[in-house]
Ligand binder design. Structure first.
Ligand SMILES: CC(C)(COP(=O)(O)OP(=O)(O)OC[C@H]1O[C@@H](n2cnc3c(N)ncnc32)[C@H](O)[C@@H]1OP(=O)(O)O)[C@@H](O)C(=O)NCCC(=O)NCCS
Length: 171
C-alpha cells in the first residue's frame, strides 16, 4: 500500500504555534475576516484539542519531513436540510500550490463518508477565494447557493460565500 505524501493527524498540544501562523496572519485570513487575536487563537486551540463526537480538527503533516504544513477539519452544522458536516482547510504560504489542501480534504471526505452520519458535507469559501473554490470543484462538490455571513460573528464584517455541497452517499 502506498503511503500518502501528506497525512492528517489529530490536533495536539504542541500545535499552538502552527495555529498562530495560520490564523494570526493577515494574508492567510484575507478571505476569513482578518487575523484572530492571540487570545482567540488560544481559545480555538483549546477547542480543537477538546474535539468531540461532532468536531474533529487535524494538522496536515508532510510524511517525508514530518513538518506540519496546515490544518483541516470537519464539524456539524445545522442547515435547512437538518444536520450536515462542514469542512475547512488552511495551508501555510510556503507550501501552497502543491495540492496539499486537496489531498487533506480528500482524507476528510473519506472520514465523513465512513462515519455514515450525515448525507452532506458543505464548504463555504468566499466567492473571491479562487483556490478554495477550485478545490471544491475538483473534489466533486456542487454549488447549491450563495450566501452572506457575518464573520467573525459580531464583527460587522460581511463575507459573501459559495455554498458547496458534496453528497457523501454518491459514488
Ligand atoms: C485555500 C488554500 C488552503 C489552498 O491550499 P493549497 O494547498 O495551495 O491548495 P491546492 O494546491 O490543493 O489546490 C489549489 C487549487 O487552486 C487553484 N488555484 C490557485 N490559485 C488560483 C486562482 N487564482 N484561480 C483559480 N484557481 C486557482 C490551483 O491551480 C489548484 O488547482 P489545481 O491543482 O487543479 O491546479 C490556501 O490558499 C490557504 O490556506 N489560504 C488561506 C486560508 C483559506 O482561505 N482557507 C480556506 C477557507 S474556505
Amino acid at each position: 500500500m502506498s503511503v500518502p505524501e501528506f497525512r492528517i493527524e489529530p490536533w495536539a498540544e504542541g500545535d499552538l504555534p502552527l495555529l498562530h501562523r495560520l490564523l494570526g496572519d493577515p494574508a492567510m485570513t484575507e478571505h476569513l475576516g482578518g487575523p484572530e487575536s492571540p487570545e482567540k487563537i488560544e481559545e480555538r486551540h483549546a477547542r480543537y484539542l477538546q474535539g468531540g463526537m461532532d468536531a474533529k480538527m487535524f494538522k496536515v503533516v508532510e510524511s517525508a519531513s514530518g513538518e506540519s504544513v496546515g490544518s483541516v477539519g470537519y464539524w456539524e452544522r445545522e442547515s435547512h436540510e437538518g444536520q450536515v458536516w462542514e469542512t475547512g482547510w488552511m495551508v501555510l504560504p510556503e507550501h501552497q500550490g502543491r495540492g496539499i489542501a486537496t489531498v487533506a480534504t480528500r482524507q476528510v471526505i473519506e472520514l465523513c463518508r465512513a462515519a455514515r452520519k450525515h448525507q452532506y458535507l458543505y464548504a463555504y469559501p468566499s466567492v473571491d477565494n479562487a483556490p478554495s473554490n477550485a478545490i471544491c470543484r475538483k473534489l466533486g462538490f456542487e454549488i447549491v447557493d450563495v450566501e452572506e455571513f457575518e464573520y467573525p460573528p459580531g464583527s460587522g464584517n460581511i463575507l459573501r460565500c459559495n455554498d458547496w455541497r458534496l453528497d457523501l452517499s454518491a459514488d
